[in-house]
Design a protein. Structure first.
Length: 136
């Protein structure tokens, strides 16, 4: 039987990846803005903000799905997915409707958390000495 992840560990992961994603997106966004690619920079930042909000909603609803009946957990998970999909549609619609935000950059921003998690795991595989940062 596996132990449920404690709320503190979920919050720590949320903070770690959320902060890193925002820092990276804002830095890259400002770089693009300085290179006179304002729509790209703004799109990256916009997408990343909503990516972080998506992560926060996912992390905050996870404890509500643990230790409840299967029917209730399925309902909570379904509502969470619907809310998160609606949330992720907002920056896409904004970037489609206005020329201030680049659609491709917004999409990359929406995947910023996933990109950072994959990059983190690749670094972990390349440098196993980083194992002390991970708990099993």
């Amino acid at each position: 039987m596996t132990d449920n992840p404690p709320v503190e560990q979920i919050r720590e992961t949320e903070k770690r990846y959320g902060s890193a994603a925002l820092l990276f997106a804002v830095g890259m966004g400002f770089l693009f803005i300085l290179l006179d690619l304002k729509p790209v920079g703004k799109g990256l930042i916009l997408g990343c903000i909503f990516s972080v909000l998506n992560l926060v909603i996912m992390a905050r609803t996870l404890p509500f799905r643990i230790g409840v009946s299967r029917k209730r957990a399925t309902l909570i998970a379904g509502l969470s997915v619907l809310i998160r999909y609606a949330l992720l549609a907002i920056p896409l619609l904004i970037s489609l409707k206005t020329e201030e935000f680049n659609l491709a950059a917004t999409i990359v921003g929406l995947f910023m958390i996933q990109i950072l998690i994959l990059a983190d795991q690749l670094v972990y595989l390349a440098y196993p000495s980083r194992q002390k940062n991970y708990t099993s």
